[in-house]
Write a protein that binds this ligand. Structure first.
Ligand code: SF4
Length: 378
């Protein structure tokens, strides 16, 4: 199996089908302005820190490098590209102002790693690794994201966790700081290194993803990033984007749009009728109660009114009675939400929790249709 990178793992997690289309079938992603911009800014940071001896390049040299490394692909218009370019120059100027005065040689820049996790190869490229005065290491990854990173984001970022695993295996020195460098504001957003349990979780996740890939498990999973660059291969978007469409015995292609609209119209009608029915029922019941009647008559029908009482038990009262006699466990229901809590409960033996997770399966399946308004999209 090919080595996995953080980008691949994260894509598989968000949509296994998209992962397959990109990394197994080899479909090319479309150019995007923000990708080009991110690449140029990364190249600049690399150029700045990858000197053989100090000092780092001057601002003029950096701006010259920036011009040469600028990528024009993917921007929506010449205006958008010009805006990004001017913005990037400002970011880079600030970057030099901040980092030239206290420049220190990193111990690695664009460090390519290959590590082994229970026979699964993990690869990646770490933007920068610094050696701290304490002797420990700091990992820095540059990001051109819009928003600053929250503490929660930093504490849970899988990329930083995987990089820590890789750095600790490469240098055998403790990692003491993890940083996502927010390039747009030139702000280093840092957090302490991961504890052993979080590193172990990440290792397990890598193995799970590798297992899913090897098992050929590639369902399409919709998310906020849909449609991706390959909608014509996706069961959720194929019908809209694929040029060739099929016919079936039950529904011809030409009848599909009409059937969809009719389905939605019927659903609306049913909802309206249900509301009317509910209101009528409330009025008739109120009338029967006010008049002391159990039956009312129309021309061709009669309606019988009765108060229907569902008989049951109060859980606290039953528990109070049965628990002292040791009989309470015999009447507990099979509560799925409690089962989920049990799986998360670290005081429960790990093997049991693992086994419970493995026992999760599809117990029933029935076709459903969800309605989605397309007005905004169109
Ligand atoms: S459109 Fe969405 S669900 Fe379909 S393959 Fe792409 S990412 Fe997956």
């Amino acid at each position: 199996m090919r080595a996995l990178s953080y980008t691949q793992i994260s894509l598989y997690q968000s949509c296994p089908l998209c992962y397959k289309l990109q990394y197994i079938d080899g479909l090319e992603q479309k150019d995007k302005g923000y990708f080009s911009f991110g690449t140029t800014m990364h190249d600049c940071a690399e150029h700045f820190f990858k000197v053989k001896v100090p000092p780092p390049p001057s601002l003029e040299q950096m701006l010259d490098f920036y011009e040469r490394k600028w990528l024009s692909q993917g921007y929506e218009s010449a205006e958008e590209e010009a805006e990004y370019k001017a913005y990037g120059r400002k970011m880079l100027t600030k970057f030099c102002e901040i980092h030239r005065p206290d420049f220190r040689m990193p111990i690695a820049v664009e460090h390519k790693f290959f590590i082994d996790i229970d026979n699964v190869k993990l690869t990646g490229r770490i933007d920068r690794v610094d050696k701290l005065d304490s002797g420990g290491l700091a990992i820095i990854d540059y990001k051109t994201n819009q928003e600053l990173f929250t503490k929660e984001y930093l504490d849970n970022d899988l990329q930083l966790t995987l990089y820590q695993l890789a750095v600790e295996q490469s240098w055998f020195l403790p990692v003491e700081r993890l940083t996502l460098y927010h390039f747009r504001s030139n702000t280093p957003c840092s957090c302490p290194p991961r504890e052993a349990a979080q590193l172990e979780e990440a290792r397990k996740l890598v193995l799970e993803v590798a297992e899913g890939i090897q098992a050929g498990n590639f369902p399409a999973v919709e998310s906020g990033r849909c449609p991706c660059d390959f909608p014509e291969y996706c069961p959720y978007y194929k019908h809209k984007f694929a040029p060739q469409r099929g016919e079936t015995d039950v529904l011809g292609e030409a009848a599909v749009p009409q059937s969809v609209e009719r389905y939605v119209a019927l659903q609306k009608e049913i909802k309206g009728l249900e509301l009317e029915l509910k209101e009528l029922k409330e009025m008739i019941v109120a009338f029967c109660q006010a008049q002391g009647l159990n039956r009312v008559f129309g021309k061709g029908h009669a309606l019988t009114y009765k108060m229907w009482e569902k008989v049951g038990y109060s859980e606290p009262e039953i528990k109070a009675l049965l628990e002292p006699a040791g009989l309470w466990p015999r009447v507990l229901g099979f509560d799925q939400s409690k089962l989920k809590e049990l799986i998360k409960d670290e005081t429960v033996a790990r093997e049991i929790r693992q086994k419970l997770t493995e026992l999760k399966q599809v117990v029933s399946a029935s076709p459903q249709l969800w309605v989605r308004r397309l007005v905004e999209e169109e």
